[in-house]
Design a protein around this ligand. Structure first.
Ligand SMILES: N[C@@H](CCC(=O)N[C@@H](CS)C(=O)NCC(=O)O)C(=O)O
Length: 135
């Protein structure tokens, strides 16, 4: 059975949502980032960057939430999440890339400088710049 390593409100939500949307059988393996479980050698063997999500499907170990979603959509092609028509599929690639390269980056910068970084590393002026970029 496929295994998804993840934690509630993180990017692993994307993969979990796709699995549920596709009605796929999977085991969810919780990894507590706050407790540092992503730095355990067993987890680092799966993903040396120590990041979530990780999907394990047989011999395949896949990281990157957008890639996982697209992989699942193709694996369960009959469910219709991934269009069969190439030009429609191109739009899936386009909007997925747009989400992770254009939208997510400034959004994540806002989060880092608002509550992720320690207070002395936060740059309020970068929040303003990132907001402009996001818009
Ligand atoms: N581009 C990656 C980003 C993965 C990522 O940064 N995951 C965060 C949770 S949302 C993480 O695991 N962070 C732990 C760390 O950086 O140590 C993806 O979309 O999967």
């Amino acid at each position: 059975m496929m295994k998804l390593y993840g934690m509630g409100p993180t990017r692993s939500l994307r993969a979990r949502w796709a699995l549920q949307e596709l009605d796929a059988e999977f085991e969810f393996v919780p990894i507590n980032l706050l407790a540092g479980e992503n730095r355990h050698p067993d987890f680092l063997r799966l993903n040396p960057t120590g990041k979530l999500p990780v999907l394990v499907d047989g011999d395949l170990v896949l990281t990157e939430s957008a890639a996982i979603v697209m992989y699942l959509a193709e694996k369960y092609g009959a469910k219709g999440l991934m269009p069969t028509d190439l030009s429609e599929r191109a739009q899936v690639y386009r909007w997925s890339m747009f989400a992770v390269t254009e939208l997510e980056q400034p959004h994540w910068r806002i989060a880092r400088h608002s509550f992720v970084y320690p207070e002395d590393k936060r740059l309020p002026e970068d929040i303003a710049l990132a907001k402009d970029e996001f818009v």
